[in-house]
Design a protein around this ligand. Sequence first.
Ligand code: HEC
Ligand code: HEC
Ligand code: HEC
Ligand code: HEC
Length: 291
Amino acid sequence: MYAAGVTCSNCHEPHSLQLRSNSDGVCSQCHLPEKFAQVDHHLHPVNSSGARCVNCHMPSKNYMQVDSRRDHSFRIPRPDLSDKLNTPNACLSCHQEQTNQWATDVLRRKFGAPDKSHYGEALHAGFFQAIDGEKKLSQLITDSTQPAIARATAVTLLPQYFTRHSAQLLQAIAQGNEPLLSLALAQSLDRVPAQFRPALGIPLLFERERITRSLAANALGSLPLNNYPGPVQKQFYTALKEYTASELFNSDRPESLVNLGELHRQRGNSSQAEVFFGEQLRVPPVMSLPT
Ligand code: HEC
Ligand code: HEC
Ligand code: HEC
Ligand code: HEC
């Protein structure tokens, strides 16, 4: 829906966050109730809990143990993938006594087999380093009809399959102009073999987003860049300063102190590294809240 231009304020009054209508009413602003608010679509008695749009397309999940939130990715339930990918689905969250196969059969009888492969299959293959992972991730990344956030996740998984083919694709991303994909490449650049890293990382130093520039500089930090043209070196040092500034800003956290120590270690500044690692040992691992 985001790709089609739907945004927060279509459903929420932006100042109060109140829904613009009762929860199924917000959906029927765009999706005809004559088509979707029907037993023929949702298979449940009208006005029952199983008939509410949000219960199938925005199932809720507890965050931080106490905060139940509805899923804003507005997915279609795919019980047929649950056994294969070990994923939850809305049907079984209510029908706890049933199996994924049961829900799959119900939907197949009604709607036929789902016609599309799902990006979850490619991401699963990448997470578990499946043999066909490179192919599936590459297909997802190059399919611009898929959500950018899913394609970007695939980019973070691709460097573990570093081949001539994946290197070409990563190079196209480094030189392309899709900010989320560039960020994902910067995040996973340290998994690219060192001799190929500058070719992918240098274009990222010139991105508009500070986070992308600074993560790329960090991943290039251990490599000699002296042979590169002056403007590249200048841009590298600028981005590296942005990286250290953001880590210093967060240096009340042990993670940031470790990152700074590691950067200095990789650049051969042992005494500086020791300072940050030492300081990190003094920060308690669990932050205590003010009483
Ligand atoms: C298509 C409709 C729709 C869109 C678009 C949408 N929301 Fe929601 N949102 C809902 C519904 C429905 C709920 C559930 C309300 C309830 O359970 O009472 C909800 C709940 C919430 C909540 C409350 C969570 C909680 O449990 O306290 C927040 C915060 C929120 N949305 C933020 C956003 C933001 C930010 C965006 C844009 C990025 C957005 N929503 C886009 C429909 C939408
Ligand atoms: C402002 C208009 C608007 C509102 C409000 C809206 N939708 Fe959508 N929705 C769309 C558009 C546009 C699409 C994309 C249609 C397409 O690509 O064919 C879509 C697609 C979908 C899809 C298909 C997603 C997919 O992966 O193929 C689902 C499911 C969905 N909406 C559910 C909901 C639910 C549930 C609500 C209410 C909480 C809601 N929508 C509210 C406009 C809206
Ligand atoms: C019991 C679960 C359930 C409920 C409740 C439900 N849906 Fe769906 N919805 C589905 C399933 C399953 C599909 C996929 C159907 C298919 O494969 O053709 C779907 C598909 C959709 C799509 C995508 C259609 C397309 O052609 O791509 C939209 C939009 C949608 N639902 C909107 C709604 C709205 C609006 C409501 C509330 C009035 C609603 N749904 C209630 C299960 C449900
Ligand atoms: C919010 C909870 C909820 C969700 C989500 C839900 N159901 Fe149901 N479902 C029910 C309840 C409750 C009944 C019993 C009928 C009634 O009184 O509403 C039911 C009845 C049914 C029935 C008919 C009775 C039976 O057990 O054979 C089928 C089939 C069914 N659901 C399939 C599904 C499928 C498939 C999905 C996912 C696409 C789904 N349901 C999602 C709550 C839910």
